[in-house]
Design a protein around this ligand. Structure first.
Ligand SMILES: Nc1nc2c(c(=O)[nH]1)N[C@H]1C(S)=C(S)[C@@H](COP(=O)(O)OP(=O)(O)OC[C@H]3O[C@@H](n4cnc5c(=O)[nH]c(N)nc54)[C@H](O)[C@@H]3O)O[C@H]1N2
Ligand SMILES: Nc1nc2c(c(=O)[nH]1)N[C@H]1C(S)=C(S)[C@@H](COP(=O)(O)OP(=O)(O)OC[C@H]3O[C@@H](n4cnc5c(=O)[nH]c(N)nc54)[C@H](O)[C@@H]3O)O[C@H]1N2
Ligand code: SF4
Ligand SMILES: [Mo]
Length: 824
């Protein structure tokens, strides 16, 4: 493939922009030797049956991480995928059936003429884009040689495996290194270091892991009376939830959007509240104070369903019956540890008894109060939190968030009195350095008002859970440390992880376009350059593969067999292989088998894919419930038996206290490298963002605050080169408010340079009233060769919050100027 001179096979930005008209796009696809028939909906034909003579229908899943994982029918004729559509789902589940243009255009990704066809190796400087085709034998020999010598000299931890969210498949996927037999066994057999994503972790770590809140099933949105799209855009990024929002609205529900951008969701809202980025936490605390002052607290819910009345000692831990001299007892066996659980009940102050009682026995626990019990100075959780947030009055929040006092009061009143309220949130509350606190604050207002754990009431919406799998099949030993990827620059600079020495010699990047989608791209590239040897496995060339020494082609989803246990619908799908892997592509697990074989470790992955699927799926419990591999094999659509009518509503059963938590007894950092944990990690809290806050003196130089959004025509960087999608959205656009543009002499359609001290990008501007003055929105998912110069991810920072380690994509300041260089 020495002909591949540019990262995307010579397809320059110009040739993209010139491709207009569906005919031109279709010709490009057909040019690869494939037949791509028009977008005839498959649903017009009988499910599972061949619609046209000679056609076969295979069940698969849309693998891209848009959150929906639409169960998919792939129609094959003469060995070619000719069209795709969503699978018919049985009975009432069929309402969840949705498909979008990104799904319909997957065949263009399969037959992309620039798809990665063979293993290639770098021939010029790293990043110069000069490659040569090599054989699989040479690729495997080189990789195994590099891994072998690094392990000999520095041990298994010198091999790093970095993944993001490309695939969750149990055979080939990897998310932070785990979730699969292939990468899991590889990493644990070698003792390799895991590098994982920072994206999504404010919510994943803080809300799901520490607070244990999972949210109601998304179909329950229809039961809400008020829906708050708070830092999310379900109309475009959660298209599969939007239908339920529409249904609720038809029944009279109010839709409120809180967002600095006037999004497609905002457009349909009854109330739109623009907010200064990074300040939602202050708004939530002010709402809490207003609700308390106006006596709108749902006292019964607070007492029975939340941690509010639980007593805490001065060291922040809960007062338990053992502190009162009652011996803990043994509970049922914990299936994870195999040991009995310890029962040591939480204590409350019971008004009826006039003293301490186990929480479960109290009839009238006090919500507020400070007491002395068994020699301990204790107070209720609610008391501690109420005392700590006093400064966040509505007036103060109005200044911090740039929202009128009356609007905050109105929002608080609606939230407290017009529920059930479904809060639909995601990355608007997760992409600043201070973001993780939002989830404790949100849990506090949900607790105060009873807006969680009831039909229509949720502080986030959940999916249908995870199909139960035998994760033991992913382990062949002990992995090295599990580290968020954005710490890589620090590790390469210091040779240390915390107190430990850590040398990374080989980096294997898979299931992620991390040098495009993670924050602080330029620092990450510098770190990657310092690594001796970099391998990348992907279906196509990306911003990340550019920086590798060897790039390995993996098949498209429809060319593989795999199983995705995460289910946004009740139907996790087994990917049935619709066509054989094109060109010389090989699945990740096959590549890993070959490398381990060369290293003399062929015992590690010595089963066939089918045997591994049996091992992962055929647990005793699954088989007993009629699940397991056979429930999905032979093109069958299996239902997740663990998802039931009862599991649709969050009962807080996954929290440490089995109550709605807004207090974290023992806050443990996600990346624990010996750092100090502040007491405020326990409680609802607000602090400024790291860089993007209004009073930052840096605003004199860089007055504009950043944000972005997930585009309806991208799944992150996936689909970046899909011709029909690029006709709809040909190039990246920087959204700038009309006033800010005017002040800078920028007009609609101009090319602009957006910059800060870290980096810059040159791209077209979209001048709009649909974004707050002082805020710009950068596009997400476009590749470097789609910008005139630079990359918008170069403005972002590797710096994360050391407690939660969430990528802070929006936490940057910048300036914009007209670009005089003209179009490239
Ligand atoms: N089409 C499409 N759908 C997707 C994806 C995709 O790539 N493409 N990706 C999937 C994934 S992995 C994710 S995580 C989700 C993301 O799902 P969402 O978070 O719903 O999607 P975003 O478009 O990122 O919406 C974030 C919104 O927050 C706003 N915002 C920015 N800063 C702030 C702030 O400080 N406060 C508030 N209140 N709002 C703010 C932004 O303007 C934006 O409108 O989408 C999923 N669905
Ligand atoms: N500025 C900005 N940046 C953002 C965001 C934002 O809102 N703004 N959103 C962030 C969010 S929420 C997320 S979740 C991340 C997503 O970040 P990523 O997960 O890195 O995004 P993708 O572009 O989906 O990259 C997945 C890659 O995996 C590849 N892949 C798919 N299947 C397989 C497989 O089976 N094997 C292998 N080896 N590779 C496979 C795909 O081809 C693709 O290149 O982006 C984040 N980045
Ligand atoms: S991109 Fe998402 S919504 Fe669209 S078809 Fe695929 S899984 Fe479904
Ligand atoms: Mo995400």
């Amino acid at each position: 493939m020495s002909e591949t001179k540019s990262p995307h096979g010579g397809l320059t930005r110009r040739s993209f922009l010139k491709t207009t008209g569906a005919v031109a796009a279709a010709t490009a696809a057909v040019g690869s030797g494939a037949t791509l028939v028009g977008l005839t909906p498959v649903s017009a034909h009988a499910e599972g049956a061949a619609s046209v003579e000679g056609e076969q229908v295979f069940r698969s899943s849309c693998r891209g991480n848009c959150g929906s994982k639409c169960p998919t029918q792939v129609v094959v004729r003469e060995g070619k995928v000719v069209r795709v559509a969503s699978s018919e789902l049985p009975g009432e589940d069929n309402v969840r059936r949705r498909f979008c243009v990104k799904g319909y255009t997957q065949p263009q990704r399969i037959y992309d003429p620039d798809r990665l066809k063979y293993p290639i190796k770098r021939v010029g400087e790293r990043g110069a884009g000069e490659w040569e085709r090599i054989s699989w034998d040479e690729a495997i020999d080189t990789i195994a040689g590099k891994i072998g010598s690094a392990m000999k000299e520095y041990g298994g931890s010198s091999i790093g495996v970095w993944s993001s969210y490309g695939s969750y498949g149990v055979l080939n996927g990897a998310m932070s290194g785990f979730m699969s037999v292939g990468y899991g066994c590889f990493i644990t057999a070698l003792g390799a270091t895991i590098f994982g994503a920072g994206a999504d972790y404010a919510q994943i770590y803080e809300q799901s892991s520490l607070l244990g809140v999972s949210g109601n099933d998304t179909t329950d949105i229809v039961n809400a009376k008020v829906i708050m799209s708070w830092g999310g855009n379900p109309a475009e990024a959660y298209v599969h939830d939007w239908q339920f929002v529409c249904e609720a609205r038809e029944k009279g529900a109010k839709l409120i959007t809180i967002d600095p951008q006037f999004t497609a969701s905002a457009m349909h809202s009854d109330m739109y509240v623009p907010i200064r980025p990074g300040t939602d936490g202050a708004l939530m605390l002010a709402m809490a104070n207003w609700i308390i002052e106006n006596e709108l607290v749902d006292v019964a819910f607070m007492k029975q369903k939340t941690v509010s009345p639980l007593l805490i000692k001065e060291d922040g831990t809960y007062l338990r019956m053992s502190d009162l001299g009652v011996e803990p007892t043994e509970g049922p066996i914990n299936p994870q540890t195999g040991k009995p659980t310890v029962i040591d009940l939480n204590v409350v102050w019971d008004a009826a008894a006039g003293g301490p009682l186990p929480a479960a026995k109290a009839t009238d626990p006090e919500l507020l109060g400070k007491y002395e019990v068994a020699g301990y100075q204790v107070q209720t959780v609610c008391q501690k939190v109420k005392d700590s947030i006093g400064e966040y009055t509505v007036g103060k929040a109005s200044e911090v968030c740039d929202i009128p006092v009356e609007t905050i009061e109105k929002l608080s009143r609606i939230y407290a009195t017009e529920g059930p309220v479904a809060v639909l949130t995601w990355q608007g509350l997760g992409h600043h350095v201070n973001s993780h606190h939002n989830y404790k604050n949100l849990a506090f207002i949900a607790a105060l008002t009873g807006n969680a754990g009831k039909p229509g009431a949720m502080m986030t919406r959940g999916g249908c859970g995870m199909y139960p799998v035998n994760t033991k099949a992913y382990f062949m030993g002990k992995p090295g440390d599990n580290i968020t990827g954005m710490y890589l620059p620090q590790i390469m600079e210091t040779g240390k992880w915390g107190e430990k020495d850590l040398t990374i010699r080989v980096l294997w990047i898979c299931n992620g376009n991390v040098l495009s989608c993670e924050s602080g791209r330029l620092d990450l590239i510098e770190a990657v350059k310092k690594i001796d040897f970099v391998v990348c496995a992907d279906t196509s060339m990306t911003d990340t593969t550019q920086w590798a020494d060897i790039v390995l082609p993996v098949p498209h989803a429809y060319e593989t067999v795999d199983f995705d246990p995460i289910c946004p619908t009740p139907y996790p799908t087994l990917y049935n292989k619709a066509i054989d892997p094109l060109y010389e592509s090989k699945t990740d697990i096959d590549i890993l088998r070959a490398v381990l074989g060369k290293l003399g470790m062929d015992k590690i992955l010595d089963k066939s894919d089918e045997e591994f699927l049996h091992l992962v799926l055929d647990t005793e419990a699954n088989l007993k419930a009629g699940g397991g591999y056979q429930a999905f094999a032979d093109n069958k659509l299996g239902r997740n038996f663990a998802f039931t009518e009862a599991s649709k509503i969050d009962t807080f059963k996954n929290t440490a206290t089995q109550r709605l938590q807004y207090y974290i007894e023992k806050p443990v950092p996600r990346n624990n490298f010996g750092q100090k944990v502040a007491d405020y990690e326990r409680i609802p809290y607000y602090e400024n963002a790291n860089e993007a806050y209004w009073d930052n003196p840096l605003r004199e130089k860089y007055p504009l605050m950043g944000c972005s959004q997930h585009h309806k025509y991208h799944v992150h960087s996936q689909c970046a080169y899909t011709p029909w999608l690029r006709e709809l959205e040909p190039e990246p656009l920087l959204k700038v408010n009309a006033t800010d543009a005017k002040e800078r002499g920028i007009e609609q359609g101009d090319y602009v340079r957006v910059y800060n001290d870290r980096g810059y990008a040159v791209l077209k501007v979209l001048v709009t009233e649909g974004i707050m003055p002082g805020v710009v929105s950068i596009p997400h998912g476009f590749q470097a060769d789609q910008f005139v110069e630079g990359h918008t991810q170069d403005l972002t920072n590797v710096l994360m919050n050391d407690f939660c380690s969430n990528s802070a994509f929006y936490d940057f300041l910048c300036e914009v100027e007209k670009y005089e260089g003209g179009e490239r």
